[in-house]
Write a protein that binds this ligand. Sequence first.
Ligand SMILES: Cc1ncc(COP(=O)(O)O)c(C=O)c1O
Length: 398
Amino acid sequence: MSVSRKVKEIAPSLTLEITAKAKKMKAEGISVVGFGAGEPDFNTPDFIIDSAKKALDIGFTKYTPAAGTVELKNAICKKFLKDNNLEYTPNQIVISTGAKSSLYHAICAIVDEGDQVILPSPFWLTYPELIKLAGGECVYVQTEKQNGYKMTASQFKDAITDKTKCLILNSPNNPTGAVYSEQEIKEIAKIAEEKGIYVISDEIYEKLIYENEKHYSIAQYSEKMKELTIIINGMSKSYAMTGWRIGYLAAPLEIAKAISSMQSHTTSNACSISQYASVTALEDAKGDEFICEMQKVFDERRRLMVEMLTGVNGIEIIEPKGAFYVFVNVSKLFGKTFDGQVIDGSLSFADCALKKGVALIPGVAFGNDDCIRLSYAISKEDITEGLNRLIAFINELK
Ligand SMILES: Cc1ncc(COP(=O)(O)O)c(C=O)c1O
């Protein structure tokens, strides 16, 4: 039995590996604080759960159109108009079983074998694997800490070749928490537009944004740019609905049609019950109230993280302005030892930290071996305990 070359090339998820190790330790009674979470630790709000119950009660349990219900498409169009000042028609929206699925379908819809896809690094670890699966070639652009881990327009321009098909832009960013400003996005858009490069804009963390930052979608730049953009978004992060599996995309009509048709043969429709409840989430005023409360809590935790990590010897952070992650540069500690083990990169750093009861994600998973990622989708008490352990661990290194 041999698996295909395509599948062989897919890297196993480092995130899942560390999480599994931490889980095993916990099961053995060892205390571990996990900074690996990739999902809000909030429960889905009751008004959304009640709506799902209603869907069951009224028998809304059958297939829906493959690209989603008209009601949810309409609600998503309203959301785009209200939040992003973008006008889409329902047939430009494709609802899927999560943003991950939307991303895969979007990449497949525009990338041919051998096409290049520009990926600013650090990147969310799923992108390269999806690009490879679609037969594309990843072209990484190394962003600089000094520029808040954001790709500049000139870096983008330099990475473009005659094989470039598309750019994947992710703001607010996982893993760095970076938020591109309107000006920065406009500079990138100008080049994409000039060169006719598609942009897949992953805006899943749109609602988790702090201080005076504002979310700006690259599709807002011009009508022409909108025709080159596929926006990816979903219910997972904004409404604490990760398990419900509802993602969506907005695309030029021709691409949306192609994706709908592809999706009708792969996953078909997303769960009917989740779609029903998502209409309620988007349309009921309680949705905005929930997001507002969750954002406030995340902001408090973010401040706590920054306060505790600032000034710790040997580490550097860039204050995150979005999502729920802090990306910490630990490279100054490389070469030191813990318990006889030399720390020579983010993997061994994570390995040793786990021995001190702190689970974190090595930056190498996101294309940057100098850093580690800490999620603050955990309680303030856990943050305090976990960071105290991490700081003690760092101080113990020889
Ligand atoms: C940047 C980014 N995009 C997409 C997703 C996928 O979200 P979904 O749960 O909707 O598949 C995640 C989840 O971690 C993410 O971090």
